[in-house]
Ligand binder design. Structure first.
Ligand code: GAR
Length: 212
């Protein structure tokens, strides 16, 4: 992994409201993250993430994911890769993108596809991780930022933040508390990536000081 990239050119893929994308944009605009948000792509035509991005002047597009329902593959994958490349993206950030990404995207952006997951992986991969945490009865959950590999929520972990589970939590209240931590975690993980401090050793993502 290169230690030399200083200003990331980020392309965000999302399907939902885009609060994580917003936290990244806020960090860039506040000068806390050396990056450019080059474009935002969504598989959902009226996703809030597109509207939020456009309000900040970020190019934002619905890119047709057909014919698949739960994955990004084949010609749809190529459409996403082409749009990301047209915008000079070097780092792909999945932020509530509710599809499994496949080898084509990972090969096009090697070790440069990140995801955020609303649980402390490897616990509760997949959908509605906050509901899974409640159902299991854990007392602590959280969020994980990780590099994406070909599995589901299984790639090397960059950082995690903890969230207590309260006795009176509902799925919505727990997810809201997790999201507060997500909005700190994603900009911080990207800051570490941009500063060249991340080093992969097998499954472990380690921190090094600059120049080491
Ligand atoms: C986030 O909580 C993110 O962790 C989750 O979707 C939400 C998107 O919110 N992602 C997954 O569950 C992926 N498996 P946002 O659109 O407000 O950023």
């Amino acid at each position: 992994m290169s230690a030399t990239i200083s200003r990331l050119r980020i392309g965000v893929l999302g399907s939902g409201s885009g609060s994580n994308m917003q936290s990244i944009l806020d960090a860039i605009e506040a000068g806390r993250l050396e990056a450019v948000l080059a474009c935002v792509l969504s598989d959902v035509p009226d996703a809030g993430i597109l509207e939020r991005a456009r309000r900040h002047g970020v190019p934002a597009f619905h890119v047709d994911p057909a014919p698949f329902r739960t994955k990004l593959d084949g010609e749809a994958e190529q459409r996403y890769i082409a749009t990301l490349r047209q915008h000079g993206v070097d780092t792909v950030v999945l932020a509530g993108f509710m599809r499994i990404v496949k080898r084509g995207l990972l090969t096009a952006f090697p070790q440069r596809v990140l995801n955020i997951h609303p649980a402390l992986l490897p616990s509760f991969p997949g959908l509605a991780a906050w509901q899974q945490a409640l159902d299991h009865g854990v007392k602590i959950t959280g969020c994980t930022v990780h590099f994406v590999d070909e599995g589901t929520d299984s790639g090397p972990i960059i950082l995690q933040r903890c969230v207590p589970v309260k006795d009176d939590d509902t799925p919505a209240s727990l997810h809201a508390r997790i999201q507060v931590e997500e909005h700190l975690a994603y900009p911080e993980a990207l800051r570490l990536l941009a500063s060249g401090q991340l080093r992969c050793e097998g499954r472990r993502v380690l921190l090094r000081s600059n120049g080491a």
